[in-house]
Write a protein of this length. Structure first.
Length: 438
């Protein structure tokens, strides 16, 4: 009995001791998590600077955006002359004006097909990529609003709406897509019992000059966009043009007899932002590293130390061939008090004068008598031949060129695996200590 009482008394005390002992590991785990996140952010930013596309980024401006807007990430820097001769449009028709929304329209069928008309609207070629639709109009479907709803429910690439003004109401039909191949034909077939007046009302919904009169007038034809890029003819069913030959992406807003000038230049501001993001990520990691417990077994500490060592070596004037200190200072980047500092003005100037020189400092692959770029060096930490990567359990190299976040993702995964192992070990130690205390 006394033994049971003593045991019962000891258990809560052991729990208190264990809770107290857990607080310190929890704090270490929280700091380790922040450091892991920071090291991964550095690797992600380095991978971005190791991409060729980062240094080939361009921006395009138009001198007349009312006609053409330009968006470009592929075009070669230079000037382009754009002539817009026609915009891509969707076919649109309007029925006869009805004095009332409740006017009875004949019972029957409205057959709708998508395709292309010739210039005179005398020949229609069906688009095989669109299904035909037969919209059945029963006794309860004789108002403009019901016909509108039935057409829209068919989902055939034509939308209907009722437009009303002081003169009355009309049924408007419009293709859902622009371009010559997305015109439509609507062929009404009145029921045999429909009155002549109602049949004529139904006929006014049709768009089929080949077979009947009294059709809905064409308010806008279906046509492709037509433009010239430096004199070269380009045709598109859409007003968003992605021209592979020039690399330009253009949005057409209007037409003009005069050419629009598109100016393409290197997007140095985007490059500056990527470099600043790298510096910010490194500075955050350095701050987290300084606040970390040097005795912790978490692998993120080793990883962060390795990154810091590479940065310090690159900016050390005494590092010999491995030093990038002088070249980086010349473009406005330096390491001061353990933090990377970026002079945006000097960096902008360097990028405008020779972006390839700045690229080489980050993305250079090295060569005879020349060290590799800074981002390339850091990404080497995740490759299997590097000692640190081996310690983290690396099994395959990372291709930073193909996936800007691949380095950080795999780096993070390896750290998490190592962290899980160290967490498990620390937890076992805490349990053992608690048991001994009990």
């Amino acid at each position: 009995m006394m033994v049971s009482a003593a045991t019962a008394f000891a258990r809560p005390q052991a729990h208190v001791n264990a809770s107290s002992a857990d607080s310190e590991p929890d704090a270490r785990f929280s700091q380790a998590a922040r450091l892991r996140s920071a090291t991964s952010a550095v690797m992600d930013a380095a991978a971005r600077l190791n991409k060729t596309q980062t240094w080939q980024a361009t921006k395009a401006t138009s001198d007349n955006e009312a006609v053409v807007q330009a968006v470009s990430d592929k075009a070669t820097p230079g000037d382009y002359a754009i002539n817009v001769d026609a915009l891509a449009t969707a076919q649109s028709t309007a029925s006869t004006t009805f004095s009332s929304l409740s006017t009875v329209v004949g019972i029957g069928t409205l057959n709708i097909e998508l395709g292309s008309w010739n210039t005179s609207l005398s020949t229609f070629s069906t688009n095989p990529n669109w299904p035909k639709a037969s919209v059945m109009l029963g006794p309860k479907d004789t108002s403009l609003e019901r016909i509108r709803d039935k057409i829209n429910a068919a989902g055939v690439g034509v939308i209907a709406l009722v437009v009303s003004d002081a003169t009355g109401s009309r049924l408007v039909l419009r293709s859902t897509a622009t371009g010559e191949a997305n015109g439509f034909k609507a062929s009404p077939e009145a029921d045999g019992k429909t009155s002549p007046e109602a049949a004529q009302a139904l006929a006014s919904m049709g768009v089929d000059p080949q077979s009947m009169k009294g059709n809905a007038p064409l308010t806008q034809p279906a046509q492709d966009a037509r433009l010239r890029i430096d004199g070269r003819q380009v045709q598109s069913p859409q007003n968003l043009i992605e021209d592979e030959q020039s690399g330009l992406t253009l949005r057409l807003n209007g037409t003009s007899p005069d050419p629009v000038r598109i100016h393409v230049e290197s997007d140095t501001q985007a490059m500056v932002q990527d470099i600043q993001s790298f510096a910010h990520a490194y500075n955050d990691m350095a701050t987290q590293l300084a606040a970390s417990d040097p005795s912790t077994s978490d692998p993120s500490l080793q990883a962060a130390h390795a990154i810091e060592q590479h940065i310090q070596e690159a900016f050390s004037a005494n590092a010999g061939a491995n030093s990038l200190s002088q070249p980086f200072q010349s473009i406005g980047i330096q390491l001061k008090d353990g933090q990377l500092q970026v002079d945006e003005g000097a960096l902008n100037q360097a990028l405008q004068q020779d972006p390839s020189q700045v690229e080489q400092l980050f993305d250079g692959s090295g060569g005879a008598g020349r060290s590799s770029g800074l981002a390339t060096r850091l990404l080497a930490l995740t490759r299997s031949e590097d000692p640190l990567a081996a310690a983290l359990g690396a099994s395959a190299p990372i291709n930073g060129q193909d996936n800007p976040s691949a380095a950080g993702a795999l780096f993070r995964q390896r750290l998490l695996e190592q962290y899980a192992q160290s967490t498990s070990s620390m937890h076992e130690d805490d349990v053992s200590m608690s048991a001994n205390a009990a």
